[in-house]
Design a protein around this ligand. Structure first.
Ligand code: FMN
Length: 199
């Protein structure tokens, strides 16, 4: 099958072993992430996704915030493993933080009361699509990344540190960098059992 989009989709993998030297310029990474966020779909074209790209020391600041928060709650015997896990995220070139602007979601709920109960769910669908676009677009320029979720532990501190609006809800953190080691082998369930074809 000749489909460059699907080739990029297959190229996207979870990369944990990251290096700090990017295979492309910072500007290219920034433009790639901006374009992924700009073109991703959202419910009612509400464009509620927000992102903050942290490079170098700014990214290190984030992973220190995460580590400090984790050290308050992880059992002592897991502290060393936790430190080395976070150190791997910290060793990349940067991190994209992905948010949803809940003031946009609230406005949709107010403006379209008959769909009120759906907008929070659709906001989550939308952020997933945006995250996928960013992750895949980075893979396409040979930048490795993974998807992390520490928002509940660090959201307040993150808003304070980078002066972000209180309506921005932190959904995911995507550490990225050069690919030091490729992702491990991935197995797939038989596609015929997952995708049925009728007619
Ligand atoms: C919604 C979602 C949440 C995920 N959360 C995490 C996470 O918190 N930490 C992590 O290391 N990987 C996380 N992952 C990555 C998955 O573990 C990974 O995508 C899956 O094992 C398939 O591997 P691949 O990304 O290399 O294709 C998440 C993936 C998805 C789609």
């Amino acid at each position: 099958m000749n489909n460059t989009f699907l080739e990029s989709v297959a190229l996207r993998r979870t990369i944990y072993d990251l290096g700090s030297s990017l295979p492309v310029s910072k500007e290219t990474v920034t433009k790639t992430i901006q374009e992924a966020v700009r073109t991703s779909p959202s419910a009612f074209n509400s464009q509620s996704a927000r992102a903050v790209i942290l490079y170098g020391d700014e990214s290190k600041k984030l992973w220190k915030i995460v580590l400090d928060a984790l050290m308050k709650i992880v059992p002592k015997d897991q502290a060393a493993d936790t430190k080395s896990k976070i150190a791997a995220f910290d060793s990349g070139a940067g991190t994209v933080m992905v948010f949803e602007d809940m003031s946009v979601v609230k406005k949709l709920q107010d403006d379209f009361p008959i769909y009120k109960d759906n907008f929070a769910l659709w906001s989550h669908h939308g952020t997933g699509l945006t995250q996928f676009s960013i992750w895949t677009a980075l893979a396409n320029i040979k930048v490795g990344a993974s998807l992390q979720h520490y928002g509940n532990l660090i959201e307040e501190e993150v808003r304070k540190t980078w002066g972000l609006p209180s309506s921005w809800s932190l959904i995911a953190q995507m550490p990225f960098g050069s690919i030091n080691s490729p992702a491990g082998e991935k197995t797939y369930q038989p596609i015929e059992e997952r995708v049925l074809v009728k007619g």
